[in-house]
Write a protein that binds this ligand. Structure first.
Ligand SMILES: [Zn+2]
Ligand SMILES: [Zn+2]
Length: 314
């Protein structure tokens, strides 16, 4: 690698997190941040929080505290991991799509029945969201239940203050696993739908992204990582995870560990017996709890601890 290439690489990585603010398929896209502020204002008014709205939303600990600085460090570091480790595997989705489609054609022949374009597009768009959501839940569940994976996932839970950028505070190993999950789900489902649709399938999009993802992002997804207690009606919290339910997931209270592991849908937690409704939790503190938080204060501690802990336990 030449010096110029290294400079270009770092330039690309440095600019990447800022580009998220202008990309509709990222949760921190400016429009979704604006709608989150509006929803935060609604919660502020409804719950009669003391002090000004500005202080409620922009308190220093949330945005510039030690925990937040670790979040920001991970955004940049994971940008480097994306370019160097993950980018070369992006072909995987296309590879799976092509091979699964060819396998289905060779096994069952060209499909005879004709679905309407709208049926194919809507079901493809919905199924890809639901299956990816279940896959996310399953991987998240395993990360909490398997000690080796928990060592890596702990980094997301070592945040003692939550802001929208905390969603990017994940260990590079988890980042790689999550990206592989997305590629496999997308590749397999697109392959099956290409077969069902005789070679032509597309997503139902809005702002250039899957419409269901748009709705999820638009409706305050950024408040999941925040102290803004946006709750839904009880019946709805059995179906969709509210921002406060994800905040419960970040609780440092051992009684609430391993709960609300769903990404968008709550039904998986409901089925696995790990669902907790907002109304049952009044007070929350974020983090790992006890002495553990002290071991995960800096970026390097968060990056290296999973490896040293695994070696120590062997
Ligand atoms: Zn978790
Ligand atoms: Zn989280």
């Amino acid at each position: 690698m030449t010096v110029d290439e290294i400079i270009n690489l770092f330039n690309e990585v440095f600019k990447m997190p800022f580009s998220y603010l202008f990309s509709a398929n990222k949760r921190v896209y400016w429009l979704y941040l604006v709608t989150s502020f509006i929803l935060a204002f609604y919660v502020y008014k409804r719950t009669k929080v003391k002090g000004s709205f500005f202080n409620y939303v922009f308190n220093l600990k949330t945005w510039l505290g030690k925990s937040a600085l670790v979040d920001y460090a991970f955004i940049f570091f994971n940008g480097l991991v994306k370019v160097i480790v993950i980018a070369p595997f992006l072909f995987l989705a296309l590879y799976l799509t092509k091979n699964i489609n060819e396998f289905l054609v060779s096994s069952f022949g060209v499909i005879q029945y004709d679905f309407s374009v709208i049926t194919i597009v809507v079901s493809y768009t919905l199924i890809i969201v639901v299956v990816d959501d279940f896959a996310s839940f399953l991987i998240h569940y395993l990360m909490h239940k398997i000690p080796l994976l928990w060592e890596f996932h702990k980094i997301h839970h070592s945040a003692t203050a939550l802001n929208p950028f905390t969603q990017y505070r994940i260990h590079p190993i988890e980042l790689i696993i999550n990206n592989l999950r997305g590629l496999v789900v997308k590749g397999v489902i697109t392959g099956v739908f290409l077969y069902l649709a005789n070679g032509q399938v597309s997503l139902l999009t809005f702002f250039g992204i899957n419409i269901f993802n748009f709705l999820f992002f638009f409706w305050g997804a950024n408040l999941r990582h925040s102290h803004v207690k946006l709750k839904y009606f009880n019946f709805l919290e059995y179906i969709i995870i509210s921002p406060y339910q994800h905040q419960i997931h970040h609780s440092n209270n051992p009684k609430l560990y391993d709960t609300n592991m769903g990404s968008r849908l709550a039904i998986w937690d409901w089925l696995f017996g790990t669902l907790v409704l907002s109304e049952s939790v009044k007070k929350l503190r974020f983090g790992l709890g006890g002495e553990e938080d002290k071991k995960y204060k800096t970026f390097l501690q968060n990056l290296i601890s999973p490896f040293t802990n695994i070696i120590k336990k062997k």
